[in-house]
Design a binder for this molecule. Sequence first.
Ligand SMILES: [Zn+2]
Ligand SMILES: [Zn+2]
Length: 259
Amino acid sequence: MKEKIYTIPVNEAFSEDCECPLCLLESKLEREYIDYYLGPSLMEPDCRIDTNKKGFCRRHYELLYNRQENRLGLGLITDTHIREQLGKIKDAAKPLLQGSDGAKGSGFSWGSLTAKLGSKTQADSGPAANLLKLLLELEKSCTICGRLEYTMDRYLDVVMYLWSKESEFRQTFSEKKGFCLVHLRMLIQATEKYLSPSNRKEFLRVLMQQQLEHMDRIEQELEWFTKKFDYRYNDAPWGNSKDALPRSIQKLKGYCDLK
Ligand SMILES: [Zn+2]
Ligand SMILES: [Zn+2]
């Protein structure tokens, strides 16, 4: 049996009526991590090692700051993160400050460097390339995104496990309304890791059948939402369409903080 700390939340999320059970799991986790990084643990050395190194992405800095709680704590961890990164940036910038703008005599050009970094091939060596690499890494790194990715992978493992072993869960799964496209992609990727080839085939068949059925459904609900702006439909009932726009956005991009 898989660990209960993962199976309980998975079963709970799949028992809710929603556009994507994995969005429920991820948004709950995200709230817990925001609480954690604003709580007392933020001053613990283990936690600081991670936040000093990775910091947070734009979304997570925004969520942390907008809570308007423990701004001193957030200020302190941001300060030590800046200090650590500034040390690295200063080191990387040293040759540039001395007037060297790229790899010596190797036909360095900014255009080719950016193109190469963009296509993730081996970048030119040299001081500008080192600095760019550092900045790109920093842009992508986030303590909370890293933890979300890890735990969501545990949840996906559990979903596949329950689906393979428990007929009751398999039934529940087939009655869902599909997933957002982000979590659909994660599920499809996880099948390769966690399902046997024959289970994978059946899982993907059920998954895509349900996904397409419910994307058709939500598209129709959204269309009816737009029609309700036409005076001719004034008196017609809304049906399920009143909140079809935020649900459609979630279906496309995953949960977001729409007001
Ligand atoms: Zn989702
Ligand atoms: Zn993040």
